[in-house]
Design a protein around this ligand. Structure first.
Ligand SMILES: [Zn+2]
Ligand SMILES: [Zn+2]
Length: 477
C-alpha cells in the first residue's frame, strides 16, 4: 500500500511505500522523516469516478429491469471508517501426529511447527450491523491512500462515526489470529499466535449514497465508490449531517521533520527501512516519537581491528527478563536451564548468579525460520558480550535496525516456544501460560565474521545465512 504525499519542499505528488521510514522526493531529492508511522494514523481513499457518472450508470442498470419513472433526486459522498491491521503472524503449533506403523498399528509422534506469514485484515470501525461490507478485502493491500484531510476528501463529505476504538480493534485482531484446528491425523495440543510489527490504520472508505424517487416514493441506495457495487446498508443522512460536521481529526496525520541528527545537525544516511537512525558523525542513535527524535541508548560489543578480519556488526535487542507463570518464577540461569536443559555440564554456582537474556535480532529479516532458529540457539547458549559505549561509529560496519523494542519483547515470547523441545512435556506446560517480565533492555551490535554464505557469531561460532537477512551494507560498496 502506498501513501500519497505532497512533498513539503517542492509540492509534487509523490508516494511513500507503507513500510518506508524515510521519505525521498523523486522530484527535488529532499530527504525527510515522516512522523507518526509507528502509531495509528488516519487515511482516506478517493472515489473512482464522480457521483454523477456512477449515478447515471446505476440508473441505466436499474431502469433495464424496472419502471421508467425512476430518478435520482440527491446524492452524497460518504466515508465509512475501517480498521486495517497488518503485521507478521508467528504461530507455533505443538501436537501429535498419528500414523499407521509398518506393522499396521496406530502410532503417533510429537511435532512442532512454526508458521510465519504476513497477515492483514480490515474490518468496520463503525456500527456495521446494517451494513454488508464487512471487509475491504485484498484491495486494501494495493490501494493508494491519502493522509486524512477533510478539505481533500470532496465537497461536503459525510463521515460515518467511528465507534470501534483502537483498543477494541486490538482485541478483535487478537481474537482473529487465534485459531486452533485439529484434523484427522493431527491433534493440536498447544498453539501460540503472535502478531509482530503490527500496524493499525484507520481507513476512510468512500461510498456514494443516492436518494431515488420512484412513483413518488423515496429510497436510499448505497454504492461502493471504488467497485461501484451496490452495498446493502442503511444510513440516516440527516443524522450524519449533524454528527459529521466536526473537523476533529480522528488520529494524527503524518508530518515531516528534517532527517538530521538533532545533536550535531549532520544528515543521517539514507536508509529507507531503518527505524533507529545512528549519526555517523557524533555516534548518537535516535528514534522518532510523537513528532520528534528521542535518543536511543546502545552498546557495541567492539572487536579489535585486525588486518585479516572485517567485523560485521549485527543489531540485536538484548532483553533481560524473568519468566513468570502462575506459580513459579524463573529468574536465574539455573532456573532457565531447568526449563530448557542443555546436554553439557554447567557451572552450577556461576549460573545461579546470572540473569536470563534474550537475544532478538533487530535486523530486517527475509527468512523468519532461519533467524528464529539462530536466535533460539543464541539465547539457549546465553553468551556474555562486552558492551561498550562509543562516541563515534566511524568506519564500523553496523547493520540497520528494523525491529522496535516493543516487537522485540513479543519476539522474546515467541522464542520461549522456539526453545521448547517437542517431546518435553514439563517445559511445554510451563511455556503454555508463561509471560516474560522484562527488567532491562539494550540495543546491542554483535560482531560477526563473514564466511562464504554465512555470518558467524564471534563467541559461539553459530552461523546465520546471509540471505536470511536484508543486509544492504554487505552488498553496497
Ligand atoms: Zn520534492
Ligand atoms: Zn550527530
Amino acid at each position: 500500500m502506498n501513501i500519497a504525499i505532497t512533498c513539503p519542499q517542492c509540492g509534487a505528488e509523490v508516494e511513500l511505500a507503507e513500510e518506508d521510514t524515510v521519505f525521498k522526493c523523486l522530484y527535488c531529492g529532499s530527504i525527510l522523516k515522516p512522523t507518526g508511522r509507528n502509531r495509528v494514523q488516519s487515511f482516506f481513499i478517493s472515489p473512482k469516478e464522480t457521483a454523477h457518472k456512477v449515478g447515471t450508470a446505476l440508473l441505466r442498470a436499474l431502469k433495464d429491469k424496472d419502471s421508467k419513472d425512476l430518478h435520482i433526486v440527491g446524492h452524497h459522498l460518504l466515508y465509512a471508517p475501517y480498521w486495517r491491521v497488518n503485521g507478521m503472524l508467528f504461530q507455533w503449533v505443538f501436537g501429535k501426529k498419528y500414523f499407521k506403523s509398518p506393522g499396521g498399528q496406530k502410532a503417533w509422534e510429537n511435532f512442532k511447527k512454526l508458521r510465519a506469514t504476513p497477515w492483514f485484515r480490515t474490518f468496520p470501525a463503525f456500527d456495521s450491523s446494517k451494513w454488508s461490507l464487512f471487509s475491504l478485502g485484498l484491495r486494501a493491500q494495493v490501494l493508494k491512500i491519502w493522509p486524512f484531510n477533510k478539505q481533500k476528501m470532496g465537497k461536503d463529505p459525510l463521515l460515518i462515526k467511528q465507534t470501534i476504538s483502537f483498543k477494541e480493534a486490538i482485541d478483535q485482531a487478537q481474537k482473529s489470529i487465534v485459531s486452533q484446528r485439529s484434523s484427522g491425523s493431527i491433534q493440536v495440543e498447544m498453539l501460540n499466535s503472535e502478531l509482530i510489527g503490527e500496524r493499525y490504520s484507520l481507513l476512510y472508505f468512500p461510498f456514494y449514497c443516492y436518494t431515488l424517487k420512484k412513483n413518488g416514493k423515496q429510497s436510499l441506495l448505497i454504492v461502493d465508490a471504488l467497485s461501484h457495487k451496490v452495498i446493502k446498508g442503511h444510513v440516516d443522512i440527516d443524522e450524519l449531517k449533524r454528527t459529521s460536521s466536526g473537523d476533529k481529526i480522528p488520529y494524527k496525520p503524518l508530518n515531516f521533520i528534517p532527517f538530521k541528527c538533532p545533536n550535531c545537525g549532520w544528515d543521517f544516511s539514507f536508509k529507507p527501512h531503518t527505524t533507529i537512525h545512528v549519526c555517523k558523525t557524533c555516534g548518537r542513535a535516535w528514534q522518532e516519537k510523537g513528532g520528534s527524535y528521542v535518543p536511543v541508548l546502545y552498546r557495541i560489543s567492539l572487536k579489535e581491528k585486525s588486518k585479516n578480519i572485517t567485523w560485521k556488526y549485527l543489531a540485536f535487542w538484548r532483553l533481560t527478563g524473568i519468566i513468570k507463570t502462575k506459580d513459579k518464577e524463573y529468574k536465574t540461569l539455573k532456573e532457565f536451564y531447568d526449563l530448557f536443559p542443555l546436554p553439557r555440564v554447567l557451572d552450577e554456582e556461576a549460573i545461579k548468579r546470572r540473569n536470563i537474556s534474550f537475544y532478538i535480532p533487530a535486523i530486517r529479516i527475509k527468512n523468519v525460520k532461519m533467524v528464529d532458529k539462530f536466535s533460539a540457539q543464541l539465547t539457549l547458549a546465553q553468551p556474555q558480550f562486552t558492551e561498550i559505549e562509543i562516541d563515534t561509529i566511524e568506519d564500523l560496519d553496523l547493520s540497520d535496525v528494523w525491529l522496535t523494542l516493543k516487537d522485540a519483547k513479543e519476539m522474546a515470547h515467541v522464542l520461549l516456544y522456539s526453545m521448547t523441545k517437542k517431546e518435553h512435556k514439563k517445559t511445554k506446560n510451563v511455556v503454555k501460560d508463561a509471560q516474560i517480565h522484562f527488567t532491562n533492555s539494550r540495543l546491542l551490535w554483535i560482531p560477526f565474521v563473514e564466511k562464504g554464505i554465512y555470518l558467524r557469531e564471534s563467541q559461539t561460532d553459530f552461523a546465520l545465512q546471509k540471505n536470511a537477512l536484508y543486509l544492504p551494507t554487505l552488498t553496497d560498496p
